[in-house]
Write a protein that binds this ligand. Sequence first.
Ligand code: ADP
Ligand code: MG
Length: 323
Amino acid sequence: QSTINKIAAGEVVERPASIVKELVENSIDAGAADIAVEIREGGTSLIRVTDNGEGIPSGEVPSAFLRHATSKISRIEDLEEALSLGFRGEALASIAAVSILEIITKTPEALTGVRYGLEGGAERFREEIGCPAGTTLLVGDLFFNVPARKKFLKSPATEASYVSDAVTRLALAHPGVGFKFINNGQTRFQTPGNGKLQDAVFAVFGKDTASKLLPVRGEKEGMRITGFVGKPETARGNRSYEYYHVNGRSVRSKVVQRALEDAFKTKLPLHKYPFSVFQLELDPGRVDVNVHPTKMEVRFKDDHAVYTLVHQSVSTALLGASL
Ligand code: ADP
Ligand code: MG
């Protein structure tokens, strides 16, 4: 059992950034308005995610760490239609299997909360405690029992930059949620969670970028794009500033990337890539997000329609800029 968990964990738990993503997605699923992510040493010695969501009822805490123990499947009538971010019920079990983990959680109705600890997936303690409503997950000593995986991690600074990128993507995908990111005790950014994408961009990238945004807006065959691209002078030397989300998930898509870059083609020198942050919304049945366990890559049923919508909307935005 524990070996199976350790092997399976490799799929969801690749590095600190993938753990942070799973934990934050759980917080979002729990309806949190505010989420704080704190890491130390790139997340290898500590990852702490705190939310003010619905919490877990005391009696259900241990079972949340069992493989395929999701509370979400039963609420979903058709998996393909699932808009909930996580529905495979294996993130917590996988993370617990390869770390020293502690959860503190309380539902709004409960008088007291629960503090529950596991080591390599095995229960270590469980006690009642006083705490605010919501959930805190502490992941310590990642891969302490899987030395081969630990060796595969990069330097703390590099792992921290992956975590920062993951939190940035999540914050931009959910401007209605307030995100705070703390690295080695220092607050790196804090978004207001007021639902305004431009304010989230300001909080993460600063005034210079936020003041050079062009609104992108378009609709076609039931698909919608909303967000911003940066004026050509905000272009960067690599693609890591091409942010886009599909139905609330930060993803990668060759089609979206090509449409975005093609629209900028005549505006940017070679090897410069646009700054963008936009949201694509379409019928969940028209997009497949399950092509990889980490859910990064998406496939569209109709690539051509997606390309056209993104390309036209971004081109129109750029046209406005040169007037
Ligand atoms: P999944 O998200 O796929 O259901 P997870 O292993 O990520 O599976 O989580 C297991 C269960 O634990 C969830 O279905 C949810 O009921 C509960 N849970 C996890 N994190 C939180 C959280 N931050 N707040 C409330 N409930 C949570
Ligand atoms: Mg989950």
